[in-house]
Design a protein around this ligand. Structure first.
Ligand code: IMO
Ligand code: MG
Length: 409
């Protein structure tokens, strides 16, 4: 069975934690997109793992993970990350595979990425990890893939300094590189978890272009980026937070901007530790946007959602939800394609009373306070997608499913 997990907002929804949770039952985890721009946090007991390139499945002991062809890989970052998890007692040798079709981020890409963004009249706010440059070279057919390191014509055409930089990685990558299509064919029928990066609204095609990343963050990317045909995808789950965050620039219809809202935003930012794992930047905070969430449900053909961070509202008076946009005096219920229109929309925010009791203490659906259950129903009805699971804290034990992830209905 092939199960896809994607982000349903602007990234940082808690995908890393959920991938770790599902990895317990998965037999293989394949990350299908992005690069070291991602920041996936997994907390096990007192240990916190910060992953950027390595699939979050690596923390589950004995599980094999693959960096898929849809990724762009900075080998220096990758081996640094592996050294960091080794220092945290994670044995990874023999469990990490890299698609030989994945593209490489070479020295120079990072500074180019940053300087191009700095020169834009409206910068995107890139993480500066060379991601945009690597995908650009891939599309213009000037990229260097893992397999190309062993192609003498391509190797000889590279600059002397790039070759010198790549030489040690070439040796280290040799036992890790695989022909992913052949590998996936051999693994057919196993429980395979396809791990997304970024989020729906950062997707190159379906996100808030041009304020997006350069990879495919939606579920259809799981097929291309992990070398399996689209009809082999069995189930798609989307993770979202009970509020909305965004790092970097770009439209954010439900952002909390007014004075009283900024107080609420600051409170949520502190409670939710809403600072970038990759860059440390404070994340922008907004109300949960149901217009955008319904869009994510459709674009990803989601079977179910995983709702995270609802526990942060425990003890608050109310939760604000955006149920429609007003654009140039007219109410609309679709997610506009134009960044300028998204900048102009006014969100219609409805307030829901916060429940008695604590979501943070729930360990199954029955233990969710009644008021919070009602909110869940409102979200499900609006989006047409059922909420299959909950993350009510950073730990594995603070996670539960209402519907089994590994069952296809
Ligand atoms: P995870 O997987 C949140 C954002 C950057 C910037 C834009 C483009 O942790 O959810 P890039 O470096 O790709 O050129 O940046 O996309 N961005 C993310 N925001 N979570 C992420 O990944 C992100 N990856 C990129 O902040 O606005
Ligand atoms: Mg992140």
């Amino acid at each position: 069975m092939n199960l896809v997990v994607v982000g349903a907002q602007w990234g940082d929804e808690g995908k890393g934690k959920m991938v770790d949770y599902f990895s317990d039952e998965a037999e293989l985890v394949v990350r299908f997109s992005g690069g070291a721009n991602a920041g996936h946090t997994v907390k096990i007991g007192s240990k916190t793992f910060a992953l950027h390139l390595i699939p979050a499945g690596i923390i589950s002991s004995g599980k094999s993970v693959v960096l898929g062809n849809g990724m762009v890989i900075d080998p220096a970052s990758m081996f640094e990350e592996l050294a960091a998890i080794s220092a945290q007692s994670i044995e990874w040798e023999g469990r990490v595979f890299v698609s030989d079709r994945a593209h490489l981020v070479l020295p120079g890409y990072k500074s180019e990425d940053q300087s191009v963004d700095d020169m834009r009249s409206r910068p995107i706010g890139t993480t500066g990890r060379g991601i945009g440059v690597a995908y650009e070279k891939k599309a213009s057919r000037d990229g260097v893939r893992v397999v190309d390191l062993w192609d003498s014509v391509i190797w000889d055409s590279m600059s002397k300094s790039d070759r010198a930089w790549l030489e040690p990685f070439k040796e280290w990558l040799a036992p890790m590189k695989i022909n992913l299509a052949a590998f996936m064919l051999k693994n057919e029928g196993r429980k395979i978890l396809l791990e997304g990066a970024q989020g729906t609204l950062l997707d190159l095609d379906h996100g808030t272009y041009p304020y997006v990343s350069s990879g495919v963050s939606v579920s259809s990317g799981a097929s291309i980026g992990s070398a399996i045909g689209p009809r082999r995808i069995d189930k798609c789950l989307g993770v979202f937070k009970a509020y909305q965050t965004r790092v970097g620039n770009g439209p954010f219809p439900t952002e909390m901007r007014k004075d009283d809202e900024v107080v609420l935003a600051n409170k949520l930012r502190e409670l939710g530790h809403e600072y970038g794992v990759t860059t440390g930047r404070p994340r922008r905070i907004g109300y949960l946007d149901l217009v955008a969430l319904r869009y994510a449900g459709w674009i990803n053909s989601l079977d179910g959602f995983i709702l995270s961070h609802l526990n942060l509202y425990d003890g608050f008076e109310s939760v604000g939800l955006c149920t429609a946009y007003e654009l140039d005096g007219e109410q609309i219920d679709y997610f506009p394609s134009s960044a300028a229109e998204l900048e102009r929309v006014t969100p219609l925010i409805e307030n829901f009373d916060v429940w008695d009791g604590k979501v943070s203490e729930a360990r199954n659906w029955e233990e969710i306070p009644d008021g919070a259950k009602k909110l869940v129903e409102v979200i499900e009805e609006y989006t047409g997608v059922a909420i299959h699971g909950f993350s009510v804290g950073p730990l594995r034990s603070e996670t539960f499913m209402r519907t089994d992830a590994w069952t296809v209905s």
